[in-house]
Design a protein around this ligand. Structure first.
Ligand code: CTP
Length: 483
């Protein structure tokens, strides 16, 4: 079958086509496909709005798909698919980005790809194009790409930009506002949210320069997913720097697309959340801990960020990925947690989901305690600061809404009411953490919202469900009582 590209059309037709495509908010290829579709149905008129409406301010739900001239995959995007522009950076993790294309498509997302020059050392444009089902863009000065789409259109004609892997170099370019190749120019020109999945050697990740660039990018509103800790591709190297798994990146992209499609009721609000257990050292190798997994607190942080809040998550040691779009501060002990919370203030709302150890060891040693004939030395315990009560009782700079949790194994509601009063908070989310409930470490939760005006019983649901419902309730409370 003969093929025709936009470039081969005569100038007059191209001009008309460009105007018509711009009017409908489509790429030129998409416009041709729509016209051909219309012709096949026997109509030569302008396509009716119902088939493919032009992008309207605020109308995010139905948008044109990327051009997929000759789809080679069975999962092409539909014309109403949400769109991701995937920028693949030059790192060994680039091979995982091919899988990411599939994972995004599994969510019905249309993917268009840009490969940096360095990325092409790891994966080929042909492979990425075959998976994405379309032309892969590589060069700022490629006359064909620039003419058909153009880097400004690439930057704008998407609902989300995902950078995976985001190398140290690409992050530095983004932080510095460079635009000397297609990827950096698009990242500078886009007005859509940007999600980055950093991937690099642990030394490069922890280097002050990278952390400085990361802080600047977070400040600019860039959202991160990962990196994870674990073994690196280089033999014998381990630490934090592995790119998040494609399923995790795709899930973060979906959360962001959902958030931008819907309302962002917490936009402009600052929220501080504690999560996970604390570890209280006995000696350099032993500590006191508890069974908290951090799942509920992390889910609340993710839901609050998806609702547009500026979230600081102060997390004890957990085995969970940092939620996307959240500033995560990692601490170990209760005293470190209090310190990090105080540094994160002021905030509109503070949520204390952490299972803070009530006591710490007063005589923790700097050397490992050895077994002796005298037996185990006595541990003397002192009470930890109550972070929730400290913040809730602040005279100056108290968040408008202070939410605590009550983890109880008996007399759930009575104990929760007592905590509400004693700790001076506005709401207590009471949950049964007895071993039969399966809440500690599990994925579901049954909570009761205890406030000064009464008790509300919520049905059992996933921790994500509780998080979303709670965030909705918080948004309503903050809107009802504006500052
Ligand atoms: N909390 C806190 N700092 C502490 C202890 C608890 O911030 N040192 C917070 C928790 O994050 C939670 C609430 O206080 O929001 C209640 O925690 P919980 O463990 O249920 O209660 P405790 O205060 O520890 O009391 P008890 O152990 O007697 O039930």
């Amino acid at each position: 079958m003969a093929s025709l590209t936009v470039r081969q059309l005569d100038e007059k037709v191209k001009k008309l086509l460009r105007l018509r495509a711009a009017r409908h908010g489509r790429s030129m290829e998409d416009e041709i496909r729509t016209i051909l579709g219309q012709a096949a149905q026997g109509s030569g008129r302008d396509p009716p709005e119902a088939i493919d409406p032009p992008a309207r301010a605020g109308a995010q739900a139905v948008r044109p798909s990327f051009a997929t001239p000759e789809p080679s995959r069975e999962r092409p995007a539909t014309s109403s698919a949400r769109r991701v522009l995937l920028i693949i950076g030059g790192g060994i993790a680039a091979y995982k980005s091919l899988d990411l294309i599939r994972r995004l498509q599994d969510h019905g997302i249309a993917v268009r790809c840009i490969l940096t020059k360095a990325a092409q050392e790891f994966v080929t444009p042909l492979a990425a194009g075959a998976l994405a089902g379309g032309h892969v863009h590589t060069d700022l000065f490629d006359p064909k790409s620039e003419f058909d789409v153009g880097h400004i259109r690439l930057a704008r004609d998407t609902d989300l930009v995902v950078v995976a892997p985001a190398t140290a170099d690409l992050m530095a370019k983004m932080a510095g506002g460079h635009a000397d190749d297609l990827a950096s120019a698009v990242l500078l020109a886009t007005d859509q949210p940007i999600l980055i999945a950093p991937a690099m050697n642990p030394m490069m990740w922890s280097h002050k320069a990278t952390q400085r660039n990361l802080a600047r990018l977070l400040d600019d509103g860039v959202i991160t997913v990962g990196p994870d800790a674990g073994e690196m591709a280089e033999r014998g190297e381990a630490g934090t720097g592995r790119m998040a798994e494609p399923t995790a990146i795709a899930a973060a992209a979906v959360t962001l697309l959902d958030a931008t499609a819907g309302q962002r009721p917490l936009a402009g609000k600052r929220i501080v959340i504690t999560s996970g257990p604390t570890h209280e050292p006995i000696d350099p190798v032993r500590y006191i801990a508890n069974r908290s997994s951090g799942k509920q607190g992390h889910a609340i942080a993710a839901a609050a960020a998806a609702a547009g809040a500026d979230v600081t998550l102060v997390s004890g040691p957990v085995n969970l990925a940092d939620p996307p779009g959240v500033r995560t501060v990692k601490v170990e002990s209760a005293r470190q947690m209090l310190d990090a919370v105080e540094k994160a203030l002021p905030a509109d709302c503070a949520i204390f989901a952490a299972a803070v150890a009530d006591w710490r060891v007063a005589n923790a040693t700097s050397e490992k305690i050895k077994k002796t004939k005298a037996g185990m030395p006595p541990l003397s315990l002192v009470e930890n600061p109550d972070i929730l009560a400290t913040i809730a009782h602040r005279k100056l700079g108290r968040p408008r809404l202070v939410v605590g949790f009550a983890a109880e194994t008996e007399n759930l509601i009575a104990n929760a009411k007592d905590k509400l009063e004693r700790k001076g908070c506005d709401w207590i989310i009471a949950n049964d953490v007895s071993s039969e409930s399966g809440v500690m470490g599990g994925d579901s939760n049954k909570v009761h919202i205890v406030t000064a005006s009464g008790v509300e019983d919520w049905p059992p649901q996933s921790k994500d469900g509780v998080a979303r419902a709670l965030v909705g309730r918080i948004a309503a409370a903050l809107v009802k009582e504006p500052s």
